[in-house]
Ligand binder design. Structure first.
Ligand SMILES: [Zn+2]
Length: 112
């Protein structure tokens, strides 16, 4: 593992605090629209903690298997992907939206 023990300890502390923060927010009640955001963040924090404690592959991109990068993990400790794969994923989701809109429109026209 390329990360130092100290770095992993710091990330673990950050993740535990994020996990607690998101649990507290969910426990105290949030608007339904925001609930899934905190639920997702909580799941990501738990997943990242598991990577540190169990699998030992924390900091490895889920898509390409390359190191995510210390700077990215410092800023975003629950990151599951490297910046390149993250950007690729964003591009793909942006490209899918117009296609979905077009399909929607085509379906509505077909049903007229
Ligand atoms: Zn990647």
């Amino acid at each position: 593992m390329w990360h130092s023990d100290e770095f992993l300890k710091i990330q673990e502390r950050k993740l535990i605090s994020k996990e607690k923060e998101n649990s507290d927010i969910l426990r105290n009640g949030v608007k339904p629209s925001k609930k899934h955001i905190y639920q997702d963040r909580l799941t990501l924090a738990k997943k990242a903690l598991k990577k540190i404690r169990v699998t030992g592959n924390y900091g490895i991109c889920e898509d390409c298997g390359e190191e995510i990068g210390t700077e990215r993990l410092r800023v975003h400790p629950i990151a599951a992907r490297c910046i390149d794969c993250r950007e690729q994923l964003e591009k793909e989701s942006q490209n899918q939206k117009p296609a979905a809109d077009f399909l929607n429109l085509a379906t509505r026209v077909a049903n007229l």
